[in-house]
Design a protein. Structure first.
Length: 133
């Protein structure tokens, strides 16, 4: 008596629909992914070449050094104090222009923090001076 051996069929994974599944996953992730776009600093700049003579009493100088120390007029203040100081100066003089000047090595985060404080103080007239080299 001869016993026949059964041939063992090799296990296969069907790959015919693999491309369809990959395509559907690709479409799904493309549709559901959101891309954040950096908007930058929202400032309205005047046209180039426009210069206007302004009284010294209507200008407050705000200097930021490379270490992030801020000087308003002749007084060194913390960045957090800018809002209250500028608000009180704006209450005294609504035509006040804040001139912001930085050092060439000032970190960008200090510059942004200063601009945020000015925005919170509702300072609408801001002059950005060229950094010192």
């Amino acid at each position: 008596m001869l016993v026949e051996k059964k041939k063992v069929k090799a296990a296969e994974i069907p790959t015919s629909s693999l491309a369809d599944i990959a395509f559907l996953l690709l479409i799904f992730f493309l549709v559901t992914t959101t891309i954040d776009v950096d908007k930058g600093i929202g400032l309205v700049l005047p046209p180039k070449g426009e210069t206007i003579e302004i009284k010294k009493t209507n200008i407050t100088n705000l200097l930021v050094n490379a270490e992030g120390k801020v000087m308003i007029g002749d007084e060194v203040v913390d960045i957090i104090m800018i809002k209250s100081i500028i608000q009180s100066k704006l209450a005294q003089n609504p035509k006040l222009i804040v001139s912001v000047k930085t050092d060439a090595n000032t970190k960008y985060r200090y510059y942004i923090q200063v601009l945020d404080q000015l925005k919170q103080a509702r300072a609408t007239r801001i002059s950005i001076a060229e950094p010192e080299r």
